[in-house]
Design a binder for this molecule. Structure first.
Ligand code: C5P
Length: 233
C-alpha cells in the first residue's frame, strides 16, 4: 500500500517532457501530483495515464463547469483515466453537482470528487460585477455547504477559509488548500497564503504546492523539509 502523502505537487509545466522529467526525480511515496488545464490541454490524457502507470496519485484539476449531463460524462471520462481526485466548479449548481456525484458513484474507480468554490483570484468587487452580491467569504461558505449537501468529498479552499468550512461541514470533508508557501519562499502571485504547518493546523487535509517545489534547485530537499515540518501534525 502507498504511504499516504498530504503533499500534492502542482505540475504546472507547459509540456509533457518537462512534467515527466520532474516526475522522474520523485517517487509516488513522496507526493501526489496535480495536473491542471495547461498541461492537460497540451499533453492530453496520455500524460495522466503515464503518471498513473508510474504509480502516482493524480489530482485532475480541470474544474468542470457545464450542464449536468456534460459534467457527468466528463467526470466518468476522468475517472476512467484512473485519477485519484478530480474537481468540478460548485457554481455549476446543485443539479450539476448531483449529476457529477452520481456519475462518479457509478464508476469502478470512484475517485474523490472535489468542488471549487470561488477562485482565489476573485475579489468582492469582481463578484459584484458578475451579479453576486455576497462577499467572497460568504460565497465560499455557501458553496462549500452546497458541496457538502450534494455529497462531494470536499472542496478546494484557501487555508485561511479552512476553519470555518470545517465547522460548517464535517470532519471527513476533505479540504484541499493551495496558496502554500514555506516561511522563506517566494510568494509569487499568491495573495492569501499559509505555511504547510499552519494550513494543516487549521484543518487542511491536503496541501497543493507548485512553484516552491517545482522551481527549487533541489525539489526533493524541499519536499523532505515540508514533511519534517508537518510530521507532528
Ligand atoms: O505555484 P503555486 O504553489 O502557487 O501553485 C498553486 C497551484 O494551485 C496552481 O496549480 C494553481 O492553479 C492552483 N490553485 C490555486 N488557487 C486556487 C485553486 C487552484 O493556486 N484557488
Amino acid at each position: 500500500m502507498k504511504p499516504d502523502s498530504r503533499i500534492i505537487v502542482a505540475l504546472d509545466y507547459a509540456t509533457a517532457k518537462e512534467a515527466l522529467a520532474f516526475a522522474a526525480r520523485i517517487t509516488p511515496a513522496q507526493c501526489k501530483l496535480k495536473i491542471g488545464k495547461e498541461l492537460f490541454t497540451q499533453a492530453g490524457p496520455d500524460i495522466v495515464r503515464k503518471l498513473v502507470d508510474r504509480g502516482f496519485d493524480i489530482f485532475l484539476d480541470l474544474k468542470f463547469h457545464d450542464i449536468p449531463n456534460t459534467v457527468a460524462k466528463a467526470c466518468r471520462a476522468a475517472a476512467s483515466l484512473g485519477v485519484w481526485m478530480l474537481n468540478v466548479h460548485t457554481l455549476g449548481g446543485r443539479a450539476m453537482l448531483q449529476a457529477a456525484r452520481e456519475a462518479i458513484d457509478n464508476t469502478p474507480q470512484q475517485p474523490l470528487l472535489i468542488g471549487v468554490t470561488i477562485l482565489t483570484s476573485m475579489t468582492d468587487a469582481d463578484l459584484a460585477e458578475v451579479g453576486i452580491a455576497s462577499s467572497v467569504e460568504q460565497s465560499v461558505q455557501r458553496l462549500a455547504k452546497l458541496a457538502h449537501e450534494t455529497n462531494l468529498n470536499g472542496v478546494v479552499c484557501s487555508a485561511l477559509e479552512a476553519k470555518n468550512i470545517r465547522t460548517a461541514t464535517s470532519p471527513s470533508f476533505k479540504l484541499v488548500t493551495p496558496g502554500i508557501r514555506l516561511a522563506d519562499s517566494n510568494v509569487n502571485d499568491q495573495k492569501r497564503i499559509a505555511t504547510p504547518a499552519s494550513a494543516l493546523a487549521d484543518g487542511a487535509d491536503y496541501l497543493v504546492i507548485g512553484r516552491p517545489i517545482t522551481q527549487a534547485v533541489d525539489p526533493i530537499a524541499v519536499i523532505d523539509r515540508i514533511k519534517q515540518e508537518i510530521a507532528h501534525l
